[in-house]
Design a protein around this ligand. Sequence first.
Ligand code: RP5
Ligand code: MG
Ligand code: MG
Length: 280
Amino acid sequence: IMFHYKCRNNIYPKTDGKIVRFHVPDDKVSWNSPYPIYNPTLFTSKCIVGQPWADLDLNASDFQPNWNSIDGYVNRISLTGMYEIKNGYPLNPCGRTGITGRGVLGRWGPNHAADPIVTRWKKSKNEHVFNKNSDKPILQFVAIQRKDSGEWALPGGMVDSGEVISTTLKREFMEEAMDLLQKSEEDAVKIEKEIEEIFNEGVEVFCGYVDDPRNTDNAWMETIATLFHDEKGDHVGMLKLHAGDDAVGVKWVDLDQNLKLYANHISFLEKIATKLKCHW
Ligand code: RP5
Ligand code: MG
Ligand code: MG
């Protein structure tokens, strides 16, 4: 299991600076290290209350979640293994975050997402472009700019209840990187066909906990990141990228270890760099 940073020692997102996380030094992240003065704020955002995709409050008498299992339409199984329940609250498997409650996340415990990583080789006049320092070919991936934080990220999103991951991967890419929701029926059908070809052979590169700035002690993000690499680049070359839904920008980005990306998305890309032996 990984160590988390982006969900510690900062201001909780989307709260106008009002919700400050309790300080958690590195040696107090683990639930096994005693931290008697630990007194995190309880915060569940109003924006999730009553949403169809969100759980009820844990105090609600008609809310009886089945932790660590498929609970009706809700997948409460963590990709990291069994998580603990303490005083009725699921515990973040990576340890303390400085906030209890759900923050802006809908589910108590794991919140499942999927991240498509669409890649091609950088080319100039049909030839690979190499980085001068590493002497390796440069890989490009599709990144979106998130509306919530302004950061560049993979075009991922939440798995709808009952949805299969392969559907989430396609749907989120089409919504965020191709603006599917604003297209005519005719154009939407075309986009879906193009996507079908690119997304039929994916390789899972990461599966587990995401160091997401929205995580709390009782709610956290998990993802399955899948690589769709177009070796010749002729399929993805046809795609008309257009930011949509919760994205305000979209572009092909040259892969490099110094990129600043949302959550720990750069670590998924590092695995791809190793796999495809590209510049990093
Ligand atoms: C991250 O948040 C995941 O890796 C995924 O990219 C994203 C899903 O949340 P939304 O984009 O739906 O906010 O943790
Ligand atoms: Mg989305
Ligand atoms: Mg998204």
